[in-house]
Ligand binder design. Structure first.
Ligand SMILES: Cc1cc2nc3c(=O)[nH]c(=O)nc-3n(C[C@H](O)[C@H](O)[C@H](O)COP(=O)(O)OP(=O)(O)OC[C@H]3O[C@@H](n4cnc5c(N)ncnc54)[C@H](O)[C@@H]3O)c2cc1C
Length: 409
């Protein structure tokens, strides 16, 4: 008896969209993710000729990158109903969570540029939509060597001149001058051509004195660090970005007023964490499916290990956890989509924390069900375990995210 799909009421269009991503995920993302994960040197992930670029080109050919760009600029933002967006994020996380996150941050600077009335910035969004050769790629640069959680949890000690972001922007005439460094944790930081860049505008206010710019990364004075070598989500390449007297036009500072950033804190937390919650519910399901399938194939004690009661108990517990993570992520996403101007952070953070912890625990139990094979790189579950582990720190450490979310309860 197959495990039933609880998604009733999907339209034919939604099913077709899910099937397209399932095909892309199983044929392209999963095998490429495994290949990229096995590369010893993370520089090889973004090297010319890497399979990463084949994945990116296919992703762009399907047109999935258009999801965050308005129709007026050639995108398909308005065409994506919320259930389609949920299915898409979940499927991407299912097939390779590191690549899913890479695709997610890829579109961020172009989506931000699309919000500007400035024709030059709008043309970036339009060109990105057309770019199937992946000449334009994006990243989200917020974390700094001296400031990770400081961007999330604020206090008197962080909102003062003693605690100033590493990257500073100083207005001189019609230009901002950028100086400083973003940390090695910037996803796509090694390969992006454009960034959403969080900067200090008013050092006297510390972490409360920041703005947000959209920046081209080929300008004089910008350099990159070496790709980061890390435990999980290795197909997601990460690295530092350095700014040395970099001049950007004033109009690239999309949010030039710190009060605006502070005022939209809940929206930012809700948006970022909502996507993470859905994506990692997908990874949790993938780990469960692998364990379930293996338990029917592996014979010990003269029967498939599925027949042993301890394995059944484990599998049912995993199933229950996965369905719970999926249920919360859907409920949260539906609520926040219905309240686009005032999305709620607590359910989004709850979903991120639940899904990433579920993915980690389910992948760990999957390794147990695989026995020795679970530890081998020949089987997919040890990679899923490492990918899930990274997610519990990604986009905010789960504990500090939880504290931040209570501020909005
Ligand atoms: C896979 C992955 C992808 C990422 N992608 C991006 C990206 O695209 N762009 C980007 O800019 N960043 C990215 N990050 C960075 C990520 O957001 C940070 O790692 C995270 O915010 C934590 O910051 P930190 O690593 O500096 O840890 P720290 O802030 O140094 O925290 C260390 C420990 O101290 C605790 N702690 C810190 N401050 C407090 C406090 N005030 N109160 C209580 N406890 C505290 C934390 O909970 C944690 O356990 C990514 C990280 C990962 C792992």
């Amino acid at each position: 008896m197959p495990i039933r799909d609880l998604d009733i009421n999907l339209t034919d269009e939604q099913k077709a969209m899910r099937d397209t991503i399932r095909k892309f995920g199983s044929e392209v993302m999963r095998p490429a993710g495994i290949e990229l994960d096995k590369l010893d040197d993370p520089s090889e992930v973004i090297a010319e000729g890497s399979v990463l670029w084949d994945v990116y080109r296919k992703y762009r050919e399907i047109g999935l990158h258009k999801r965050s760009i308005p129709k007026a600029l050639g995108g398909m933002m308005e065409d994506m109903d919320i259930m389609s967006s949920i299915l898409m994020a979940e499927e991407m996380g299912y097939w390779d969570s590191g690549l899913a996150i890479s695709f997610g941050v890829d579109g961020m600077p172009f989506a931000l540029a699309a919000l500007s009335p400035d024709p030059e910035l709008q043309s970036w969004a339009r060109d990105y939509v057309e770019d199937t050769e992946c000449k334009m790629t994006g990243c989200w640069a917020i974390t700094e060597p001296d400031h990770g959680t400081d961007w999330l949890l604020r206090s008197e000690a962080t909102n003062c001149s003693e605690c100033v972001p590493n990257v500073r922007a100083e207005l001189k005439g019609d230009e901002y001058i950028l100086n400083g460094q973003k940390s090695a944790w910037v996803s796509n930081g090694t390969m992006a051509t454009h960034a959403n860049l969080h900067v200090s505008l008013d050092p006297s206010k510390g972490m409360a004195g920041t703005g947000l710019a959209v920046v081209r990364l080929d300008l004089p004075g910008i350099s990159r660090g070496k790709p980061l070598d890390k435990i999980g989500q290795r197909p997601l390449n990460q690295g530092e970005i350095y700014f040395d007297d970099v001049k950007i036009p004033k109009n690239w500072m999309i949010v030039p007023d710190p009060a605006l950033i502070e005022g939209t804190g809940e929206m930012g937390l809700a948006r970022v964490n909502g996507g993470m919650g859905i994506t990692f519910a997908g990874l949790a399901r993938a780990a469960f499916d692998e364990a379930f399938k293996y338990s029917k194939e592996r014979v010990q004690g003269g029967m498939p290990i599925f027949e042993h009661q301890n394995i059944k108990l484990k599998l049912f517990k995993m199933y229950k956890m996965v369905e719970s993570a999926c249920a919360l992520s859907r409920r949260m996403a539906l609520y926040n989509a219905a309240n686009p101007l005032a999305p709620s952070a607590p359910p989004a953070v709850a979903s991120k924390v639940l899904s990433t912890e579920t993915a980690f625990q389910v992948a760990s139990e999957a390794i147990q069900i695989f026995g020795g094979n679970g530890l081998s790189r020949e089987y997919p579950v040890e990679k899923m375990f490492r990918d899930a582990r990274a997610a519990m720190i990604e986009d905010g450490v789960n504990e500090t995210l939880s504290i931040a979310a209570t501020e909005f309860m």
